[in-house]
Design a protein around this ligand. Structure first.
Ligand SMILES: [Zn+2]
Ligand SMILES: [Zn+2]
Length: 209
């Protein structure tokens, strides 16, 4: 018998699904990465709460105002507002909760304050992620959006600091500097193209001269 059918792959990374992952859309490491991203967003010390700390209530009661320190206007007012307001991160997550609900993966919780809604949405998604891995075909899109939220929030919170460059080594021996939000790169040594997650999976070089 000649079976050329390719082994099923994770819809996010190029990893082939292992025997114990049969029937899943994504591999276990990708599931863990998404879960870690979701966890990073929620809670009192999560990325969303830390973004909100940059906003104080407006005096006239006409909506939030982004705080300014000593006459230096923050460069990212608009970004902070659009991420933290209704329609921002909270709505992104709630839209996914509603979408997952149509697959029998959790239900949309009641309303409340934005932070409460966000925490609820994250809890619902995390609780159902394990089953979604088998049931939801658009986990690549989901994972990408959640990753984007995390990277955007982190970029604002860490301010204008340049992203840290991490030297990584390709199996061919060539060392390339990447950042955590790299879109990927093509190895100068062997020409291998790598996307974001593949690039970050390469071995970091600790003692680069
Ligand atoms: Zn994967
Ligand atoms: Zn290479």
């Amino acid at each position: 018998m000649h079976d050329d059918a390719p082994a099923p792959q994770c819809v996010i990374c190029p990893r082939q699904l292992l025997d114990h992952e049969a029937g899943r859309f994504i591999c276990t490491p990708c599931e863990y990465r998404i879960d870690r991203d979701l966890r990073a967003i929620a809670g009192p010390s999560g990325l969303y709460a830390r973004l909100c700390l940059r906003i104080t209530p407006g005096r006239g009661g006409d909506g939030p105002v982004v705080t300014r320190s000593a006459g230096h206007p923050m460069p990212c007012n608009e970004a902070v507002l659009s991420l933290t307001a209704n329609g921002g991160i909270v709505s992104t997550l709630e839209t996914w909760v509603e979408d997952w609900a149509t697959y029998g993966l959790g239900v949309h919780g009641p309303g409340g304050r934005l932070q409460h809604r966000l925490d609820q949405a994250v809890a619902t998604l995390r609780r159902n992620l394990g089953r979604a891995a088998y049931r939801h075909p658009a986990l690549d899109e989901f994972g990408r959006e959640i990753g984007q939220v995390v990277r955007q929030a982190e970029a604002i919170i860490t301010g204008e600091k340049k992203p840290r460059v991490i030297p990584v080594q390709c199996p061919c021996g060539t060392i390339t500097g990447v950042t955590l939000n790299t879109d990927g790169f093509t190895c100068r040594g062997c020409g291998t193209e790598r996307g974001h997650s593949e690039a970050l999976r390469l071995t970091p070089v600790r003692n680069a001269a």
